[in-house]
Every structure is written in C-alpha cells, then in structure tokens.
Design a protein around this ligand. Structure first.
Ligand code: ZN
Length: 406
C-alpha cells in the first residue's frame, strides 16, 4: 500500500524550504495550500468536512449512531525547516484507515472524526491553539485576538483567508458539538528509542510532565585576589553542586530525565567572585509524585549547599502535569500490535502532542513509530515507509475496537 507514502510526499512538496525541510507554520500561505489539499483528499475519501472557529479541519465518517465519536488525527503545520513526517503521518494514517474501511465496506456503530488541529507547533499563534479551542480551554474571542509571529495578522483575519480558500467545500461550525469517547493519535516518536532498540511500535502510556525549577543563588560579589577563602559567599559553589545533584537525583527514579540547560553567572568575569548565579532545571517524568520528590530532593540539596557557603537562595517553579493515557486504549493499541505480530514497547512520550490537550475531554492513546536516529524538527527527519504502514495498521485495528459497540 503506497498511498500513505504518496500522501506524505505530496504534502512534503507544499511549503518546501530551500534548506531541505518543510516550512509551513500554521495558517501561513504555505499551510493554507496544504490545508486545501487535505480538504480535497478528505472529500475524495467521502468525508463530510467541517471547519470550526479554531480552524480545525474535521472529516466525518458516519456511524450507525450519531454520537459519541471516536476521533483520530494530528497536525500538518511544521516548525521552520522541519520534517515531513511530524504530524502529517497521523493525519494521513487516519485518512488511509478511512479509505480502507470504505473499500472493505466496514460499517461502524460509532462515527469517526479525522481531525487536523491548528498550530500544534505554536510557531504562528500559540501551541495547541486548535486542540485548546476544540476542548473548550480557550474561546473564539481569545483566539481571534492572537497575532501572528511571522506575519502581523490576527488569527481572525488569517482564518478568513483560510475559509475563502476552501469555500464551498467545507461546512462551518462554531465548535464540534458532539461527545468524543476516545481520541487516538499516530505519530513519529521524535526520539531515538524505537530506532535504537529496533522495535516497530511504541505504545504510549502517557505524555511526560515537565517541571521547570529556576534557582537564583545570591552571594557576595568581591575581588578574586584579596578575599580570603574562608570569607567568601560564592554562589557558583552551591550552583555547581546543584548541577551534579540533578544528575544524581534523576538517576534514582524510573524513566526520569533531568537537565540543567541554563546557567547564568554574574558578572561572569575571571577575576571576580560572582555575586549571583541563575540556574534553570528541566525535569520530566510520567509520575507526578516522582517529579515532586525529585524536585524536593534537589531543592534540599541546593539549600544545604547554600547554607554551607553563606549564600541566599530564591526559587520559582513552573509545573506542567504529566498526562496518562487511558489504560483501556493502551490495551487496545497493545493487543492490535500483538495481533499484527509487531514488536512493541510501552513507553512515555517525552514530546508534547495535541493528544494531551484532548485528554481533558476524553480517553486518549498514542501510537509511535520509529524516527531514524531520533531526529525530528529537522529536514533529516525520517521514518521508513514500512514503519508508516505498520503504524497505520495498528491505528486501524485499535480504532475498529473502539468503533464497534460491544
Ligand atoms: Zn507533531
């Protein structure tokens, strides 16, 4: 079956960047071209195509019942000079599934919605603009006022442009009015694990939470020569110990990652004892409790080191909670991979996806396929066509389990 390949390659020609990748930030002219293409192929597959006020494109395949819906989908917007598979695979995998269901004359109890979410990458207006509108987290007015990052235009005006482009092909709605019972997303892993382990399918058990911990260490700026060692309050000392403490602490928890990617030394002069050091820590885990415990431990360590050195400490925390996938959907995806004879790994997603927003209104699940060398958001992003097909087959089987009323 080469249709997914044809579809992905066709979209990859729209918004082609001369640096080799794709540049289609949401609702730019390049993205509008891609959106028109997707509306056309959705219509070719016999779908009713709705567009809501969040500019989400929603293709409907009817079921015997009016609702609740099962939904699938992803995004077609890209980062600047990004890859050809990120998001697009989920849309084309869903579309291919619908085509096959049509050819096999499969009638389902529940209707299916194939959704293309707006601005997943957040490069144009805001991350998850479309899925946040879909779930009701933001309203039309908040969305309409947002201004573009590449072009000084409001969301409202670029939305009008989009509608002109697909005039007569789509039905306009305010917000999707039906209940959604399950949402599933097929996506490339965007990390190296499946490729390195030579595993065909990733069964995602949740999307990791992120803890951002900022610490200011405040010491006493003074002369590097004339200040005796026992009379110093050097903030770089507890800061350095904290960098190592992060590495050590993260290792004590299961599947946690932690990074100190930000370190600012003031005044950053070779013959001056620093007066202030600012440190930014990023910790990710599927377990909210583990994240909390690790953060407490790191802060305790930083406090002890600061006390020893006579340094003051200020902290700020920004926490985004982990989003678990539904055990039922995880089970359906896992058994689908088993029935197809594919190797699989149950794993968290360390990148963010529309699915985590959808989790506020419905049960969710995600299917990953390998990314060559783990590269994504780059022109080199690659997933073998056989892997794209395998992902689509798992998606189809798992969707079918949800689409019939048992
Ligand atoms: Zn994506």
């Amino acid at each position: 079956m080469n249709r997914i390949r044809e579809d992905i390659e066709a979209l990859g020609k729209i918004g082609k960047d001369n640096r080799g990748g794709n540049s289609r930030p949401a609702l730019t002219y390049q993205d509008l071209e891609a959106r028109k293409h997707v509306v056309d192929i959705m219509k070719d597959a016999g779908l009713r195509v709705l567009v809501d006020k969040g500019a989400n494109i929603i293709g409907i395949r009817e079921g015997k019942l009016k609702e609740p819906f099962v939904s699938t989908g992803s995004h077609i917007d890209t980062v600047m000079n990004g890859g050809m598979f990120d998001g697009v695979l989920g849309v084309m995998g869903g579309l291919e599934t619908i085509r096959q269901m049509n050819e096999e004359r499969i009638k389902t109890d529940f209707p299916l919605a194939l959704i293309v979410f707006t601005d997943e990458e957040g490069n144009s207006f805001m991350p998850f603009a479309g899925s946040k509108f879909f779930t009701g987290e933001i309203n039309e007015e908040e969305l309409g006022k947002l201004r573009g990052k590449y072009e000084d235009i409001s969301f409202r005006d670029t939305f009008k442009r989009f509608i002109e482009k697909v005039e007569g092909k789509v039905e306009l709605i305010d917000r999707f009015p039906f209940k959604v019972k399950t949402h599933m997303e097929l996506h490339v892993e965007q990390g190296p694990i499946l490729d390195a382990k030579k595993i065909q399918i990733g069964v995602v058990n949740g999307i990791v939470g992120v803890e951002r911990l900022w610490i200011n260490f405040l010491g006493k700026q003074s002369h590097a020569g004339s200040t005796p060692m026992n009379m110093r309050a050097d903030p770089l000392i507890p800061a350095s110990e904290t960098v190592l403490k992060v590495r050590q602490t993260v290792g004590e928890f299961n599947e946690m990652v932690g990074t100190v990617g930000f370190l600012e030394v003031s005044p950053n002069v070779v013959n001056v004892i620093s007066g202030k050091v600012r440190l930014g820590i990023d910790i990710r885990s599927l377990s909210e409790k583990d994240m909390e415990d690790a953060t407490t431990k790191i802060m305790k360590g930083a406090e002890n080191s600061s006390l020893m050195e006579g340094v003051r400490m200020e902290t700020e925390r920004l926490v985004e909670k982990p989003v678990p996938c539904s055990p039922k959907v995880i089970g359906e995806i896992k058994s689908s991979a088993e029935e197809l004879g594919y190797s699989y790994l149950i794993m968290p997603s360390r990148a963010i996806h529309d699915t985590q927003v959808m989790a506020s209104i419905t049960d969710v699940g995600m299917i990953f396929v390998p990314s060559k060398d783990g590269i994504s958001h780059a022109p080199q992003e690659w997933t073998d066509w056989e892997d794209c097909d395998r992902g689509q087959r798992v998606l189809k089987l798992a969707l079918l389990k949800e689409l019939q009323n048992k």
